[in-house]
Design a protein around this ligand. Structure first.
Ligand code: AMP
Ligand code: MG
Length: 281
């Protein structure tokens, strides 16, 4: 199955999240089958990310957005966080600090975009500024309405500078979310995640879904598409996202740089060192 084609939002798509499946098993027989596919994708990602790091020409930005408990943290921990940490950083975006609020909304985001050779993973992103900000009326409509175009221009400038952008929405059902809230309550090791605000956001489910749909429709140019990933099954989410990241890295086709040392000279130096070591023994 081609996950990239299946879940990519096209710029002229009319999106209705409600009519999109959250629970599919896709091509997989069971959980183990999907986990094997994920493991294979992770190996591909590791290999190609290493090449990209050494090549130091292109970069990759992965944006994650989702309702609470949809699995952004799990996806990072189990799949995306398996990349070489020397070439990959995760950036969580929380409620803006007073310093951040004193700047334009892209200021704190721009500082975290990946330089050549590197990967940035955004756990939430500039899209919060047209999601929570819109639903909670944190700024007037006249302000957030303008932001879609600003986001498109911003992302375009990153792409023009050699950055690939993948944006994933983890699509869970409200029933599955409630089930995960229950599991958190039942598990003391997850109590640190409990948050009254999650229930507040849940009450606004419809308004959030509408804000998401608008963002997907307005901000899915070919060079920076959204992918809507069925996420009720964690193993499906991991397999689908890892497949899309792996395919993207294959398409980027990073190359080891040409050798710019004199190999014969290095071989001679090696031989001298080896001879020296033997005569020291
Ligand atoms: P979490 O990622 O669950 O730790 O929560 C981070 C919280 O920060 C979420 O409730 C987000 O909606 C909120 N947040 C992130 N970015 C913004 C923003 N630009 N404006 C207001 N709230 C934000
Ligand atoms: Mg949360």
């Amino acid at each position: 199955m081609n996950f990239e084609k299946e879940y990519r939002v096209r710029s002229d798509d009319k999106i209705s999240l409600k009519s999109r499946d959250t629970k599919t098993k896709g091509p997989f027989d069971d959980k183990e089958d999907a986990q094997a596919a994920t493991a294979e994708n992770v190996r591909t990602i590791q290999d190609l990310q290493y090449r990209m790091f050494v090549e130091a020409k292109q970069s990759l930005l992965i944006v994650l957005q989702a309702p609470d408990a949809a699995g952004k943290d799990g996806l990072i921990r189990k799949v995306l966080g398996r990349m070489n940490p020397q070439g990959c950083r995760t950036h969580p975006f929380k409620v803006p600090s007073s310093e951040e609020r004193a700047h334009d909304f892209l200021w704190r985001i721009h500082k975290c975009t990946p330089p050549q050779g590197k990967v940035s993973i955004f756990n939430r992103s500039h899209y919060e500024d047209v999601l929570v900000v819109r639903v909670e009326n944190l700024v007037p409509k006249s302000v957030w309405r303008e932001r879609y175009e600003m986001i498109n221009a911003f992302e375009h400038s990153l792409v023009a500078n050699g950055t690939r952008i993948l944006k994933f929405y983890l699509h869970i059902s409200p029933e599955e979310q409630l089930e995960r809230f229950r599991k958190r309550l039942d598990n003391p090791a997850k109590h640190w995640k409990l948050n009254a605000g999650d229930y507040e956001a849940r009450r606004q489910w419809g308004a959030y879904q509408q804000a998401y749909e608008d963002a997907f429709q307005k901000c899915s140019p070919k060079h920076a598409p959204w992918y809507i990933i069925p996420a009720d099954h964690k193993w499906y989410r991991d397999a689908a996202v890892s497949s899309i990241v792996a395919e993207t890295l294959k398409d980027m086709d990073p190359q080891f740089p040409p050798v710019d040392v004199d190999l014969d000279q290095i071989r001679k130096l090696y031989q001298q060192a080896k001879d020296q070591e033997q005569s020291d023994d």
